[in-house]
Design a protein around this ligand. Structure first.
Ligand SMILES: *Cc1c(COP(=O)(O)O)cnc(C)c1O
Length: 453
């Protein structure tokens, strides 16, 4: 056994993803051992309230007994199988039935992956395959928005609208990013919300005209942009763009990896924003974070078109070894039951106004909060140097990292994203835990804003 600290051992042998390395050098690695409800604990015995549900996904907390029992029972029964060659587990069959039942579609088809990135990647391949089989092989371009997050595989990273992908030479050709529908940041001075929506609709029309509708395979959108900084769409956005896409036969895919299963106060984010997509991408909370799994849920039209495209070649040549893994499916079945039938979804509906009111009070107490935005149990507070001009703090101050680090020192994990602080708590949060979260955040903001003023 190595007698050095866990942090030193982590640092020597493990690579970090999406981690600011100077911060780790300074503060050490937090090595976690277990969780209880919404709390996590590390090797030093420290305890944090994780206001981000891990990475948006642990909606039932870190020790939900029903989910643990479902996993154990399935491991006892049948711990692994694939879904190739005309075979699949009974759990896979039942989960697909359940996903179509709870989807906004009256019928549909489900394909499983190990992650959200792979589900988006799979959806893109499905679209390429389908258009090609329909005699439109040049329909390959993918439309997304700036600030979108769709994952990290080469294709889903190309869909993601973040500048950091430049270091990989991404996006690949044919991935086109449109304006982020964030009125507070992207709206022009004097422009109303309705005018902003019209501008975004015109932009979409122009891009389709310039590129040629017959070169575009699909349009992907998160109902609320999550890792872009919790950005709900400007009012009327989806109502403006969905008909344009439909007119040009461009499928609209809802990436519901964060917004699915109750996060926004409805089962799906597309229900909260009142549009019907052609397919849904699910992951993260699909298994309440208890198993790595993603799913493509096709609505009736895309399901039929894909079936027709597959028929002549008699096989869809795609799939992952662990697609439709029986343990993942058993956990997902239980997670859907827990969220929808054991009060978790209701907790979000009941708790959201309380959470919003608490955050609004925090915003009023601090003059450096430019915007509070969110819905359900996903919120962001954006720090600004000047509320009137929306002038950001200088990047060198790392304002959101400072706030997040100060929260961490106070026993609260929250996420810095750009100059925003993101809160995305598990659905099991009690009122007392919500107050603890808000109090600690308030304390951290007081301390940090005093330091940088
Ligand atoms: C996290 C996320 C993904 C990627 O999921 P992974 O499981 O990390 O590959 C895709 N889309 C959205 C909206 C996400 O939040």
């Amino acid at each position: 056994m190595d007698d050095r600290s866990w942090s030193a051992r982590a640092h020597q042998y493990s690579m970090y993803g999406f981690t600011d390395l100077p911060s780790v050098e300074r503060r050490g690695t937090v090595v976690l051992t277990h969780g209880e409800g919404p709390y996590v604990f590390d090797t030093e015995g420290r305890k944090w309230l994780d206001s981000n549900s891990g990475l948006w996904n642990m909606v039932a907390g870190f020790d939900h007994p029903g989910l643990i029992e479902a996993a154990k029972a399935q491991y006892d029964r049948f711990p692994g199988y694939h879904a190739f060659f005309g075979r699949m587990s009974d759990q896979t069959v039942m989960l697909s039935e359940k996903l179509v039942e709870v989807s906004p579609f009256e019928r549909g088809k489900v394909f499983y992956t190990n992650s959200g990135s792979e589900a988006n990647d799979t959806m893109v391949k499905m679209l390429w395959f389908m258009h090609r089989a329909e005699g439109k092989p040049e329909r390959r371009k993918i439309l997304t928005r700036w600030n979108a997050y769709h994952g990290v595989t080469a294709v889903s990273a190309s869909m993601t609208g973040k500048p950091y992908n430049e270091v990989f030479g991404l996006p690949m050709d044919g991935f086109i990013h449109l304006t982020c529908p964030h009125y507070w940041r992207e709206g022009n001075p004097g422009e109303s919300e309705a005018e902003f929506v019209q501008r975004l609709a015109r932009e979409l029309e122009t891009v389709i005209a310039d590129e040629g509708a017959d070169t575009i395979a699909g349009f992907f959108a998160e109902p609320v942009q999550g890792a872009g900084g919790v950005i709900p769409p400007v009012n009327g956005y989806f109502q403006a763009i969905a008909p344009i896409l439909k007119r040009h036969d461009i499928p609209l895919i809802a990436d519901e990896v964060i917004t699915g299963f109750g996060r926004t106060g409805n089962t799906w984010g597309c229900q909260t924003y009142d549009f019907v997509p052609d397919a849904i991408i699910s992951s993260k909370n699909l298994t309440a974070g208890f198993f790595p799994m993603g799913a493509v849920i096709l609505g009736p039209a895309l399901g039929d078109r894909l079936d027709a495209a597959i028929a002549p070649i008699e096989e869809f040549p795609h799939g992952f070894t662990a697609s439709g893994h029986p343990v993942g499916c058993a956990i997902a079945l239980k997670a859907i039951d827990v969220v929808m039938n054991e009060g978790l979804a209701e907790n979000v509906v009941r708790g959201a106004p309380r959470l919003e009111a608490g955050l609004r009070q925090i915003m009023q107490r601090h003059e450096n909060i430019g915007e509070l935005r969110g819905v359900g149990y996903m919120w962001a507070l954006e720090a600004v140097r000047n509320v009137e001009t929306k002038e950001p703090f200088p990047g060198s101050l790392s304002i959101s990292e400072r706030i997040a680090n100060t929260c961490t020192d106070m026993g609260l994990i929250c996420r810095p994203l750009g100059q925003s602080i993101v809160l995305c708590p598990p659905f099991i949060l009690t009122d007392a835990q919500m107050d603890e979260m808000l109090d600690k955040l308030d304390g951290a903001l007081t301390k940090v804003f005093a330091e940088v003023r």
